[in-house]
Design a protein around this ligand. Structure first.
Ligand code: C5P
Length: 286
């Protein structure tokens, strides 16, 4: 038995941290949406009790350090699975970018393994297991557009994102997510209007989305890495309707209603950045 699963990237339309919790995580309110930039996983059932992972990309571990491996090991242990799996992971999503690539790969692995090992777990059960491995994995299991609260693992699905173009630009720097959260001063930053963003999504209002976009983590990453701020400014200069950093960065995305302007932003950014993408919101039934 062999199956293929897609693992789409996400962007944060809003990301707010309300306070730091006793467990050292932040209490979050995020509106996220999946985009049409996806990794691909192929899972082959093995009768032998083993997990094999082959990652078609440089510098990404194919052992226990990889969330996909951890997802398979978790299911195996929790449900005493005696069969094995060989997973091939084809990467397209930039790594350590704020686009949840690793989390989405793990979510796709959980979905695929649920099928090939015939575990019959519900989406809620898979999301609870995913949350043990990473805060963004439950959202990646749901996909689409959703409000994520708690440490990111409580998911409320929302209507689809209105159609538009999305330009992504990732500067070639790395940021550490724990480091960004550590440097965040929740009491001193301007907080996005999450309720306004949820309403905009519910109304299907592209303008409302642009009005309510915001990410508190920009206060940390943009201050430390002026090139991220410059990319955001360039996107607006080239005609983006709005631009924001995704997650803890360093990827910045622009939302653009008109294709001709999106193309202008895309072409303009290619002069500044090696990794630039022009995509659309993810649509499940393509
Ligand atoms: O859950 P995950 O392992 O993806 O989180 C990575 C890091 O991001 C955490 O170790 C923590 O430093 C930070 N984080 C946080 N609050 C959250 C989610 C993540 O402070 N709600």
């Amino acid at each position: 038995m062999k199956i293929n699963v897609k693992a789409p990237a996400k962007i944060n339309l809003s990301l707010d941290a309300l306070y730091k919790r006793p467990d050292n995580y932040h209490e979050l309110e995020m509106v996220m949406t999946t985009i049409d930039l996806a990794d691909r996983l192929q899972l082959v059932l093995l009768e032998k009790d083993t997990i094999k992972l082959d990652v078609k990309a440089h510098f990404i571990p194919d052992d226990k350090r990889n969330l996909v491996y951890q997802a398979a090991a978790l299911l195996k242990e929790r449900f005493s699975v005696k069969q094995g799996v060989a997973i091939t992971l084809d990467k397209s999503i930039p790594v350590a970018a704020g686009l949840a690539g690793g989390s989405s790969d793990a979510a796709a692995a959980l979905k695929g393994l649920n099928q090939i090992w015939n575990l019959q777990l519900t989406l809620t059960e898979l999301a609870n297991l995913g949350a043990e491995l990473g805060s963004d994995i439950p959202f990646c299991l749901y996909g689409g557009t959703a409000l994520a609260t708690g440490r990111g693992e409580i998911i409320k699905p929302l209507p689809m994102m209105p159609n538009c173009w999305i330009v992504l630009a990732k500067p070639s720097i790395s940021v550490s997510t724990p480091g960004v959260y550590r440097d965040l001063r929740v009491g001193e930053v301007e907080h996005p209007n999450t309720a306004g963003m949820v309403q905009a999504i519910q109304d299907g209002s592209f303008e409302g989305i642009c009005d309510n976009i915001g990410n508190v983590l920009e206060t940390v990453t943009l201050a430390k890495h002026p090139e991220v701020k410059r990319i955001k400014e360039k996107m607006l200069e080239f005609g983006a309707d709005t631009a924001l950093m995704s997650g803890s960065g360093p990827t910045v995305f622009a939302l653009v209603k008109q294709y001709s302007r999106a193309k202008r932003v895309y072409n303009g950014l290619r002069g500044f950045c090696e990794e630039v993408y022009l995509v659309r919101p993810w649509q499940e039934e393509k």
